[in-house]
Design a protein around this ligand. Structure first.
Ligand code: EZ4
Ligand code: CO
Length: 402
């Protein structure tokens, strides 16, 4: 089998998605996601200008060799743009391989290790009361694990909490909006929020929380310690992870489990975090982490250190990545949990898919390959719109992490 053609599709059914389609001489094609929130066109042009010409004529079954060719051969390694482009190719090739062998991708990754993929959803509110009601609404939908975020009194807007109260999209069209941030009121209110959640919902529900990298290690250590009575499933991105040893300090002070990695894109970015057992869950995703070939190695490395996966799954990860993540999560042994922010109906219509949600779990379905398609006619009705993640400023105007 040979790759005969490949091209990038960009569509915006409510938000932007970059999809790579790889075609072969046997009529089988594969899809890969290359969406990088707020930097979509960089990956699209990386693929079109620099990667696609090198793919033509290659054997799509050579997932390992093509991965190494795109990673080592380019000289310039790592980085979110490069790794998302490599992921788009890699996932498309696994899709082709599954279709050619007439089996779902999970069978190529070791077969089923479990019956379903445990997922967590997002609940939020402008204040504690609203957040609690949203937890109740999501529990009604069957979710066994819920991430809870609340607005902070005195701040006009908080990332991860929709302004209007409805669903939220991480990115917004137009230039970046600016959100307010203040650490002290956040540190005071968050333990109280989880006290109330446990009071109302009991001990059985898995609770998660995302700090969005805004704390210093010592502030994160304090929050982790004060959240201990509420037995969180995890505290996510407590501090930026560029300085991996920052997590040593957090770890020395708290037994609240820690999840990191949605902005990381190679095994080297989390190498110290994992081998020192400073984290419990690695959140790197298939799309930003170089595809299934790289993620399988990351998961296997993490397994040695009792670190489980908890892959990023926000709406900026297209249904192609969601499908890949579900095949991966069903197969690998050290799977922990998968994030699930459902896509809009418009997005689901552009990407018809075999994966399903029921009662707190998702399943990739039994279609050969990934089991997800792209309706290019429908996709063509949603042209690209520039969109960005918001930026955050402290009350004195200083920029902080988002
Ligand atoms: O900010 O997906 O855990 N989920 C998150 C997301 C991310 C966006 C970034 O593109 O933190 O909302
Ligand atoms: Co996050």
């Amino acid at each position: 089998m040979k790759i005969t053609n490949a091209y990038v599709n960009i569509t915006s059914p409510g938000r932007n998605f970059v999809t790579l389609k790889v075609e072969t001489d046997e009529g089988i094609y594969g899809l890969g996601d290359g969406t990088l929130n707020g930097r979509e066109m960089a990956v699209a042009s990386y693929l079109t200008e620099h990667v696609i010409p090198c793919l033509i004529g290659r054997d799509p079954f050579q997932t390992e060799d093509i991965w190494q060719y795109l990673y080592r051969g380019v000289y310039w390694r790592r980085g979110p743009v490069t790794m998302s482009a490599i992921a788009a190719v890699d996932v498309a090739l696994w899709d082709i391989k599954g279709k050619a062998l007439n089996t779902p991708v999970y069978n190529l990754l070791g077969g089923k290790s479990r019956d379903g993929v445990l997922v967590y959803c997002h609940a939020f509110g402008k204040d504690t009361e609203a957040a609690l009601d949203d937890v109740a609404a999501h529990q009604e939908l069957g979710y066994k694990a819920i991430r809870v975020q609340s607005g902070v009194a005195g701040l006009k807007s908080t990332y991860g909490v929709s302004k209007g109260g409805g669903r939220y999209e991480p990115a917004e069209r137009g230039l970046p909006s600016e959100y307010e941030w203040a650490t002290e009121p956040y540190l005071r209110s968050t333990p109280k929020l989880f006290e109330k959640v446990r009071e109302r919902f009991g001990e059985d529900l898995h609770l998660l929380h995302d700090c969005h990298h805004r704390l210093t290690p010592i502030e994160a250590a304090r929050l982790g310690k004060e959240l201990e009575p509420y037995h969180l499933f995890w505290m996510e991105d407590p501090t930026p992870a560029e300085l991996q040893e920052g997590f040593k300090l957090i770890r020395e002070h708290t037994v609240t489990p820690i999840a990191v990695g949605e902005v990381l894109n190679s095994i080297w970015d989390s190498h110290d975090l994992i081998r020192n057992q400073w984290i419990d869950y690695i959140r790197t995703t298939i799309v930003h982490g170089g595809g299934l070939t790289a993620m399988k190695k990351l998961a296997d490395f993490a397994e040695l250190y009792h670190v489980r996966t908890g892959c990023h799954g926000a709406t900026d990860l297209s249904p192609v990545t969601m499908a890949a993540a579900l095949h991966f999560g069903l197969a690998i042994h050290n799977f922990g949990i998968q994030e699930h922010m459902p896509h809009t109906e418009e997005t689901d219509a552009v990407f018809p898919h075999a994966y399903t949600y029921a009662d707190g779990y998702m399943h990739p379905g039994e279609k050969p390959g990934l089991g997800v398609d792209l309706d290019e006619t429908l996709a063509g009705k949603y042209p690209y719109h520039r969109a960005y993640l918001p930026v955050n400023r402290k009350l004195d105007g200083t920029l902080t992490d988002w």
